[in-house]
Design a protein around this ligand. Structure first.
Ligand code: ACO
Ligand code: AKG
Length: 389
């Protein structure tokens, strides 16, 4: 049966692409919480973890246990909720951090280290060999305690590529379960993401993770391209929150995976409600034009669009509001046309003849010259007004 929830990008049929082998690791509770001013409560973190699990996210990064005692307690509590998702937490390349992860009963510990010249010189004041040996020590310790390990190269995208390959290969000798390419400062483009993941994949046989930041507004696109180049684990945050300009957004990525690759394993109908919760818990309003979950993602005013939508919404909507738990909203304003207005008026339960409709559209156009947008109540008042003439 033809799919009616969304238009699949048929151009993908012309691209030589094997089916994607991916999983999502949502990092809202860790990198998302690093957004300035954001600190989730225990209840909020648990609620978000439950929601992420119900969407079908495979891995939830629950926090960074050494940050505080309560952070550690919450990570441990989330680990023991019995979720389907695997629970992961962050650790520096420090034995105490790994011990904290072990105490939290997580499935996966993400042990990170930066090996770029800038970070070695200005952050650690150490040689690459020194920090690297700290990382391998921490990995060995975690593995000895039965944890799955992600070895994350922070600032990987400004690290010499040969150094990166050597580090990942050495980590592979310790049987790490994932290696992570972190685009910590968001420098990647789709082309360079594809190149970097492909280069790493030529030599490293451990599943690759991609962790993209949004400094150039390309985090979601880069994450998708990384998956197309063979990355397994894709990092996201709800509403794309995270350090500075944020991370790849969960809702954008899940819908892109569906439209571009037909991946329908995630329950996208929950995306709007999780997004609203995130707004409330973080105190960060989402831009009205944010893809998928923005207030205007399914709001239409232009006459030519609305007249077509009234007949078939797919004319101007890539996917249905229902697919992502949203709602369509047809509004009147400066750009309203007669056919659109007639449809909206009828939907409100009114019938106007042609003269009344012409009078109403003139009123709408005049009114929006001075005041942007017309509320539903105001519109109904205007309809009754033209009817009474
Ligand atoms: C790219 C990322 O997102 S990385 C994660 C960023 N997240 C955070 O920073 C979480 C919030 N941070 C915190 O609460 C604190 O910084 C803590 C608890 C992590 C550490 O606190 P403190 O003990 O007070 O250390 P402080 O923050 O002053 O310095 C960090 C230390 O960790 C070291 N460090 C940083 N990253 C790493 C690493 N990957 N591996 C080993 N050591 C590291 C630094 O070099 C510094 O060491 P130094 O004390 O010998 O100079
Ligand atoms: O790659 C990872 O798993 C995490 C690294 C990270 O948070 C970053 O560098 O921004």
């Amino acid at each position: 049966m033809a799919n009616t929830d969304y238009s699949k990008n048929e151009l993908m049929n012309f691209i030589d692409q094997s089916p994607l082998d991916i999983e999502i690791c949502d990092v809202t509770l860790r990198d998302g919480e690093q957004t300035p001013g954001v600190a989730f409560t225990r209840d909020e973190k648990i609620d978000l973890a439950l929601e992420l699990d119900s969407i079908g996210v495979e891995v939830i990064e629950a926090g960074f246990p050494v940050v505080s005692t309560s952070e550690k307690d919450i990570v441990k509590e989330i680990s023991n909720l019995g979720l389907d998702a695997s629970i992961c937490c962050l650790a520096r390349s420090v034995i105490d951090d790994v011990d904290a992860a072990i105490d939290c009963d997580v499935d996966i510990v993400s042990i990170f280290i930066a090996m770029s010249d800038l970070h070695l010189k200005f952050k650690y004041h150490k040689s690459c060999a020194d920090v690297f040996s700290c990382a391998m020590g921490a990995i060995e310790h975690a593995k000895d305690h039965g944890l799955k390990v992600r070895f994350a190269a922070e600032d990987a995208t400004r690290t010499n590529i040969e150094t990166l390959k050597r580090a990942f290969l050495a980590a592979e000798d310790y049987h790490v379960d994932y290696v992570s390419i972190a685009d910590t400062i968001g420098i990647l483009s789709p082309a360079t993401t594809h190149y970097l993941v492909s280069e790493i994949k030529k030599v490293v046989h451990t599943p690759i993770c991609i962790h993209c930041h949004n400094d150039l507004g390309m985090a979601t696109a880069n994450t998708l391209v990384a998956a197309e180049a063979g990355a397994k684990q894709l990092h996201t945050t709800i509403n794309g929150i995270g350090e500075r300009a944020g991370n790849a957004s969960l809702e954008e990525l899940l819908v892109a995976l569906r439209v571009q690759h037909g991946i329908e394993t995630y329950d996208t109908t929950k995306l709007n409600s999780i997004s609203r919760k995130l707004e409330e818990y973080s105190g960060l309003p989402t831009a009205v034009n944010k893809a998928v979950v923005g207030k205007y993602a399914f709001t239409h005013e232009s006459g030519i669009h609305v007249m077509a939508i009234l007949e078939e919404p797919r004319t101007y909507e890539l996917f249905t509001p229902e697919m992502v738990g949203g709602k369509r909203n047809l509004v009147v304003g400066k750009h309203t046309g007669k056919k659109a207005l007639k449809g909206i008026v009828n939907d409100l339960g009114y019938e106007l003849d042609n003269d009344e409709l012409c009078e109403l559209i003139n009123k709408v156009k005049n009114c929006t010259e001075v005041k942007k947008g017309i509320s539903r109540e105001r519109l109904e008042e205007m309809i009754r007004n033209v009817q009474s003439h």
